[in-house]
Structures are given as C-alpha cells and as structure tokens.
Design a protein around this ligand. Sequence first.
Ligand SMILES: Cc1ncc(COP(=O)(O)O)c(C=O)c1O
Length: 350
Amino acid sequence: MKENKKMEKAKAENFDWPNLGFNYYDLPYSFHAEYKDGKWDEGKLTSDSTIKMSEAANVLHYGQEAFEGLKAYRRKDGGLNLFRPDMNAKRLHNSAERLLMAPFPEDRFVEAVKMVVKANQNFVPPYGSGATLYIRPFIIGTGEVIGVHPADKFQFHILVTPVGPYYKGGMKPTEYVTSPYDRAAHGGTGQSKVSGNYAASLLPGSLAHKNGYSDVVYLDPRLHENIEELGGANFFGITKDGKFKTPKSPSILPSITKKSLLQIADSFGMEPEETTISIYDLDQFSEAGAMGTAAVISPVGSITHNGNKHVFYSETEVGPYTQKLYDRLSGIQDGDQKGPDGWQVDVPLK
Ligand SMILES: Cc1ncc(COP(=O)(O)O)c(C=O)c1O
C-alpha cells in the first residue's frame, strides 16, 4: 500500500511549468504536528499525505478548521522567497482563536513553512514561468465530540503544490457579478480564514461561473449595498483622480496582499483609504481590481448588479494604475525589486 502511494507522487520532470493550472499535486513531503494534553508536539516532515482521525472528529461535524494560503517564489538567482509569512502565522493564530482551536506557535509556523518548502524545492517552478509553489497550512479539530463542543486534540498540516495563475488569462480584465447570498455574517467569521466561509461560497460561486462570470462580488450582509469582497480576493478601486480605495468592513478577510498594497499605494502618493464603497457609486472609479495571494492583482473589467453592467477602465485592457501596482508587488514577490523590511523572507536551501 505504502509502495503504491509513493509511486503516485508527482515528479518534478513531468510538470509543464508555464501551463500549470490551480490544481493539487501530491508532492513528496508535507508537515504534520499534533496537539494533545495541552501542547503541540515537535512536528515533522512526512511523506504520508493522508490524515487519520476518528469518525467523531470535530472537524467532520462542527467545522473546526482554519487555514492559510501563501506562496514560495523562485528568484532570478535560483533562491526562494516567501512573502510576509509572519502575517499568515498571525492570521492563522487569530482564525484558530475565533474557533476555539489551539493556535500553532507563530515562530514555529514560519520555520515549518521553510522546512516543507526546502524539502520540496524541486517543485518550486522556475523564475519567469509565472508559476509558484502554493503553500496551504491548516489546523483541524480531531478530538472526538458528539455534542457541540470544541475538540481537545488538533492537527496542524502544511501541504504544498505548484500552481499557475488563479485567474486564467492573467492580467486580462474579467467580469464579476453581485450575489444575493452572503459568504459571512456581520459579527460572524468573515475575518477568519475558516472552511465554513468557503463552504457557504460554493453555491454563489458556481452560479456566477455558470452565468459566465469569473467570480462573485459579495455585498455587506446587513444592507446589501456596500461592496465587501470578491469570492477569493479583496476589492480595490482607483478613483478618477488616482486614489486607491478598498472596502472597510468587519466581515471581510484581512488580506495580506491588501495590507501590502495600501503601503505600496501610499508610496506612490495614491492616498490609500479603507472606506465604505457603495455598489451604487462605482462611477467614482476609473479602474478596479481583485487582490490576494492567488489573484495577485487582477483587473476587474466590469461588475453587474441587478442586471446593470458597470464597465471600469476597459473590458479588454488593464489600466495604468493597476499595472503599476502589479509591477511593484510582483517585482517584490519575485525578488526583482527590494521591498520594505521583512517582506521578502529567504528560504535557506542548504
Ligand atoms: C475570501 C478571501 N478574501 C481575500 C483573500 C486575499 O487574502 P491574502 O491577500 O492574504 O491572500 C483571500 C485569500 O487569498 C480570500 O480567500
């Protein structure tokens, strides 16, 4: 059984790096740690990419699961960069606390990410291919429950898989549509990266795709009037006088890409602001975009709301501010440009 499993593992020489999609491949190593009797064990690399747990594990019934998403980028000199992994460590800590799970220590999180990336280094796509190694750390409640209670045992895993761009077509604008559904409640778990939010987003996402849109625009869950975020990314708009605006709301995911772009926009003199953005006030923007680890920066060509389609800069071309923000952000992530202190974290390969 073990031998067969090993044979199914991906081989680096079989990848067509420039044509990768956003799919899972079973790579040689994952990271695995366990929490019981009030503490996390040492954790270790493992070649077993399956998880064994009780049928009564909390995660299977009451959804104790929190996760992260970050990438390893191949630099021109062949080395590898992570982008602000300490922020992912912190957000996972916050998400775990929201679901009453034992947080994995933040400093050990970054070390574990480095360890699993180094072990799978042959699977980090080459510089210039547009592809990266996606890193998915997650915590699950494995303690047995039958009533609605938090687990007392947890597992922390990190899987990695090589990915191409999330939105096919890269820097081409795509079409979005507002949804009558909410992904998270006001006062709910929108700020946390927890699986329940994504389960709730599957139906609205699939309806949008069926109707030819690339993703959903969620509106605020109370008034259904203000933009919250996109299916898997935060939203930004560039005003006609070149200012960067992004929604402020308690029910959106605090995106690390967004935090970084607020700082980059400030360095460009774009007077960034987190503020309320009404779906009825899109005329103020000359450009709009999606921002996130997977999306990087992707131009939003149009938003359709109640059957009315609003086109931003162009349905076919990326606008100049969006391009400028993308060039700076991806320049830092790929290691071609020096970023602010702490943004580029080297993964030692020796
Ligand atoms: C719902 C949602 N919003 C925003 C983001 C962007 O967050 P980040 O920039 O930290 O990747 C993500 C994840 O990538 C997401 O799933």
